[in-house]
Ligand binder design. Structure first.
Ligand code: ATP
Ligand code: LTN
Length: 335
């Protein structure tokens, strides 16, 4: 058993506790995390250090961080198979980020789309952390000698930068970091807003009709889908000039496992109303057990605490190994 675990490849991923998790987070990332647990050595973390790059209310952040961890578990991340922890519990993330920031160029960071988007959104608080955010993300990944990073499409640029930083470091100081690859699922890597399908579904969307939360009750989910924006005409087909319908079909396929052709055939000749109702019902059915498990976990705080404490210990042990190696390579005196 132990020996088998050692030969498995490593996965690392995480989400920021910057809001309630949405269907986009679930289909783009979480669903894949669950699937990968049996075949890889998985580590899933709540990225609370990343979340403070945007102003957060401390009490809210604490509450939401716990909820995000419980949502990972409710979706099926199994603490018996995967390591679950809070980023802030493993100080090596910040320590490695410092070293890596000395090996990252300002120009590279200023090209990051997420930085550009977020500095527009939070023009009154363009802090240094928001700018160096991708370096901390590179540290998260490289610290665990990660092979694969399951994320949604929007994170590709950050992973590309992580690879550039790793390549540069390895070249300069000798082989140190495993080269990570992104893992993007076939369906659901880019779930779009239900109201403006040209933008991604986001937990910080000011329009509450644009997203579905994974903990929303069935009737709310169905209502959100009924309200979803469709396109002119009445044909249920995935096409470039039909971004609304295409998004709903993508969601339907990601949830049911059907192919696009199968879904289009199923709804051929039916109006948008029937179609939207069916998508809402499929999503609600998929998320009902998540809601149920979340409510059970909320009543068992002691168990949840046990999980994240054990997770932090396990993660810290792996991280310390890499950090020691890095300190040695850059020429810090051993202690
Ligand atoms: P925010 O909107 O506050 O920037 P977010 O909803 O993008 O946050 P993150 O915590 O940044 O959420 O992302 C967590 C994971 O979910 C990442 O892997 C990201 O790629 C994925 N993800 C987020 N939104 C979507 C989406 N609409 N479609 C597919 N994947 C998504
Ligand atoms: N940047 C990611 C969250 C994140 C992450 C990571 C994802 C921080 N560190 C390491 C994968 C691996 C986001 O904003 N979605």
């Amino acid at each position: 058993m132990e020996q088998q675990a050692e030969t498995k490849k490593r996965i690392f991923s995480g989400m920021q506790p910057s809001g309630e998790l949405t269907l986009g987070n679930y289909l783009g990332a979480l669903k894949n995390w669950i699937k990968l647990q049996d075949d890889y050595d998985c580590m899933y973390s709540v990225m609370n250090m990343h979340a403070i790059t945007v102003r957060q209310d401390p009490a809210e952040l604490k509450k939401r961080s716990m909820e995000v961890l419980m949502q990972y578990m409710a979706c099926g991340v199994d603490p018996e198979k995967s390591i679950l922890f809070f980023q802030s519990h493993v100080s090596a993330h910040a320590e490695l980020a410092w070293i890596l920031s000395c090996n990252t160029q300002m120009g590279e960071l200023s090209r990051m789309t997420q930085f550009k988007d977020k500095s527009k959104k939070h023009a009154d608080n363009i802090n240094a952390g928001l700018f160096t955010y991708p370096v901390l993300m590179a540290a998260d990944i490289l610290l665990y000698q990660t092979d694969l990073v399951p994320v949604g499409h929007d994170q590709l640029q950050h992973i590309e930068l992580t690879r550039d930083i790793a390549t540069r470091f390895n070249h300069h100081y000798g082989e140190t970091f495993t080269m990570p690859e992104p893992y993007i699922g076939k369906a659901g890597a880019r779930v779009m807003s239900l109201q403006s399908p040209e933008n991604k579904m986001s937990k910080s969307d000011p329009n509450p009709n644009g997203y579905v939360w994974i903990l929303d009750p069935e009737e709310v989910i169905i209502k959100q889908f009924k309200r979803a924006v469709t396109d002119s005409g009445n044909e249920v087909v995935a096409r470039e000039d039909k971004p609304g319908v295409t998004n709903l079909l993508t969601i339907y396929c990601a949830v049911t496992g059907k192919t696009m052709e199968e879904a289009e055939k199923e709804f051929a000749g039916q109006g948008y109303g029937t179609f939207k109702q069916a998508v809402g019902e499929a999503v609600a059915a998929e998320l009902a057990p998540v809601r149920e498990r979340f409510s059970q976990l909320s009543k068992d705080k002691a168990y949840v605490e046990e999980v994240y404490k054990k997770g932090a210990e396990q993660a810290a042990r792996i991280a310390a190994k890499t950090l020691r190696k890095v300190y040695k390579k850059v020429g810090f005196v051993a202690w």
